[in-house]
Design a protein around this ligand. Structure first.
Ligand SMILES: [Zn+2]
Length: 85
């Protein structure tokens, strides 16, 4: 999946609340074991890392895109990142 499509999909999932807007306090990486990415819905291939955030699983890249997109929304929605220009 190209990066533009990934950005659009994750923004859409945030808008639909299929992905959380909240900060996930505990994110842990581990080798993938057949998980499906909750952002792009593709298999996380064996040999890649899966990033676990609560009950969600992400590719490393997808976690990053989600995190950036989420923080872009947080200034409007939550008190924790209110310091946007
Ligand atoms: Zn993914």
């Amino acid at each position: 999946m190209d990066l533009d499509a990934l950005h659009r999909l994750i923004a859409q999932k945030l808008a639909d609340r299929q992905l959380p807007h909240e900060t996930i306090a505990r994110v842990a990486g581990s080798p993938a074991n057949g998980e499906t990415c909750d952002a792009c819905e593709l298999l996380i291939e064996p040999g890649q890392f899966v990033m676990r955030a609560g009950t969600l699983h992400f590719h490393v890249d997808c976690l990053y895109v989600w995190d950036v997109a989420r923080q872009g929304l947080a200034g409007a929605a939550g008190p924790e990142h209110a310091a946007r220009p």
